[in-house]
Design a protein around this ligand. Structure first.
Ligand code: PLP
Length: 378
């Protein structure tokens, strides 16, 4: 199977797996005996590795069970420390942000959804208009999981700061594929940033919220005082150790150019076959391509490609149980008919130009079969 679904989960890196194995039966990192202290040291080391990968101080890194929990903690935790006012989120947020923000309405918060432009970028004007109303929190993702489109986080954060709002960014997809530097972004006003291990060759079930110490935030999950009282629950030592090791590996990788070349080769083929690439006009992650062929159903194409040996995603893999058209594409003004055809390819370090060429041949063959069926059915 050729794997082109790294934005859903990137396979566990072999080195990371080796580093994790001795910790699978780890002692409790809160125990006072030497085994517990050994586990605690491993967590401290992982905290340093994660911090180093994102230009943060280790004391700013709070481990969670993944990106979803980091997003929930950022939104619910920051809002809990404020008097209800307005939350601003962009229309293209991952459900971990969007649904959490919408859920805050039950606690008296107003939620304003800032529009996206046709190219997949969040409308600065709409964020500025939203900020005319008193706002407690703004959350805009750094890179979109479906289109790969990158947002101008520094300038959006600066706008939020001017109005006294806390700014959170979900950097789950940006990490490992582009520059993510918390201290640089903090200078513009970013105060909270979500990360996840399984998008960068680490294990599923580990992530972090990186926090500016000046942010007032309350825990969402209460327990034994772990993570300085911000996130109760015995730490998953092996997964966190794996997250740290995966972060350290990032420094040795320079994915941008090679992945971008592979992605561009795929897209040249897609356009040649009559496809439309979403977000192609905007700055994007180098590994991601989201596209559709008019009158071809995305799910059907994904299944055909799967049978032919290629793992790709339709719509958003994060909501793959839903066959509704992608809300991200609808927010970009794509018609529901075309959005229904959306297919996403997300590359990883191990993919090769040979695989891209094989993919193109397969796509051509499968498309022509589907178009023949469509013609017979019509
Ligand atoms: N945020 C974004 C942008 C994502 O793409 C994902 C997962 O796909 C998440 C959050 C959730 O992360 P996790 O799977 O670690 O909970």
């Amino acid at each position: 199977m050729v794997y082109f679904d790294h934005n859903a989960t990137s396979p566990l890196d072999a080195h990371v797996q080796q580093v994790m194995l001795p910790y699978l039966g780890s002692a409790n990192a809160s125990s006072r005996h030497s085994l517990g202290r050994h586990a605690r040291q491993a967590l401290d080391h992982a905290r340093e590795q994660v911090a180093a990968a994102v230009g943060a101080h280790p004391s700013q890194v709070f481990f969670t069970s993944g990106g979803t929990e980091a997003d929930n903690l950022a939104i619910q935790g920051v809002c809990a420390a404020l008097k209800p006012s307005q939350i601003v989120v962009s229309a293209i947020e991952h459900p971990a942000v969007m649904r959490t923000a919408l859920g805050m309405r039950r606690q008296g918060w107003q939620v304003r959804v800032a529009a996206a432009e046709a190219d997949g970028r969040v409308s600065r004007d709409d964020v500025a208009a939203a900020l005319q109303t008193p706002t407690g929190l703004v959350s805009v993702m750094m890179a979109n999981n479906e289109t790969g489109v990158l947002q101008d986080i520094a300038s959006l954060a600066a706008m939020a700061r001017k109005q006294g709002a806390v700014f959170h960014t979900d950097a789950v997809q940006a990490l490992g594929k582009g520059a993510v530097n918390f201290s640089e972004l903090a200078a513009f006003g970013v105060q909270a940033m979500s990360l996840s291990a399984h998008k960068i060759g680490g294990p599923q079930g580990a992530g972090a919220l990186v926090l500016d110490k000046r942010v007032d935030i309350y825990p969402v999950q209460h327990g034994g005082g772990q993570e300085k009282g911000l996130r109760g629950g015995t730490e998953n030592v092996a997964a966190i150790v794996g997250f740290g090791a995966a972060c350290e590996l990032l420094a040795s990788r320079q994915p941008e150019t090679r992945l971008g070349e592979l992605r561009n080769a795929i897209e040249a083929g897609i356009v040649q076959l009559g496809g439309v690439v979403f977000g192609a006009e905007a700055p994007r992650l180098p590994n991601t391509s989201f596209f559709a062929f008019p009158n071809i159903d995305g799910e059907t194409l994904v299944m055909a490609l799967d049978r032919a040996g290629f793992a790709v995603a339709s719509g958003s893999a994060c909501s793959s149980d839903s066959s509704d058209p992608s809300p991200v594409l609808l927010a970009m003004g794509v018609t529901p008919e075309l959005a229904q055809g959306a297919v996403r390819i997300s590359l990883g370090y191990d993919n090769s130009m040979e695989e891209i060429q094989q993919f193109f041949q397969t796509l051509k063959r499968e498309l022509s079969k589907l178009r023949q069926f469509a013609a017979i059915a019509a």
